[in-house]
Design a protein around this ligand. Structure first.
Ligand code: HEC
Ligand code: HEC
Ligand code: HEC
Length: 103
């Protein structure tokens, strides 16, 4: 009985810890500096749209790896944001520059 209670306490603590950690890691905004003006990626905005971690990790974004710079030309061929922001899965980057780039 006592053992069971300890088990429950430990699992609750683990979940609470995972949630706090998740709020920092997955929820924090990532600013990508580039010549087109700083582009911000928001985990909150994306997971809030029903996307799962697996749709972006490990492909196209390997977690814990150094950021790989991608050009808009490469995005037009489906790299990085261009995997979805292509007018098929969601709004295209074409003509929507200021949605991502803030001067
Ligand atoms: C729509 C795509 C997308 C989804 C969905 C997504 N991520 Fe990410 N994630 C990114 C991008 C983009 C980066 C930044 C990659 C880079 O800098 O090259 C990133 C980076 C990260 C990093 C590294 C952060 C850092 O500061 O280096 C972690 C950890 C992470 N994501 C966790 C998660 C978890 C956990 C989930 C699910 C809750 C998730 N991601 C869902 C796109 C996504
Ligand atoms: C796995 C697919 C996927 C990838 C990869 C992806 N996005 Fe998105 N993004 C979405 C979807 C879906 C939406 C929701 C669009 C809507 O609400 O109609 C969205 C919305 C957005 C929005 C609008 C957020 C809001 O609601 O205000 C911005 C800005 C954005 N993405 C930037 C980026 C950037 C920058 C990258 C690359 C670093 C990126 N996205 C990569 C799927 C993706
Ligand atoms: C879905 C979000 C998104 C949209 C919309 C978008 N960009 Fe970008 N752009 C980015 C991100 C993110 C980077 C930085 C990529 C990196 O660091 O890996 C970038 C990089 C760039 C760069 C530097 C790399 C290069 O290609 O020379 C330029 C310039 C640029 N964007 C211009 C534009 C213009 C012009 C538009 C509108 C036609 C636009 N972007 C629309 C997300 C977006």
């Amino acid at each position: 009985m006592k053992k069971k209670l300890i088990c429950i306490v430990i699992s609750v603590m683990t979940i609470a810890f995972a949630l706090t950690l998740g709020a920092q890691v997955g929820g924090g905004d990532i600013v990508m500096k580039n010549s087109g003006g700083d582009a911000t990626f928001s985990h909150e905005r994306h997971t809030g749209k029903g996307l799962t971690c697996e749709q972006c990790h490990p492909e196209p974004y390997m977690m814990g790896e150094k950021h790989k710079t991608v050009t808009m030309k490469e995005m037009a061929q489906g790299a990085s944001c261009g995997l979805c922001h292509n007018g098929k899965k969601t709004f295209t980057f074409k003509g929507n520059c200021t949605t991502c780039h803030k001067k």
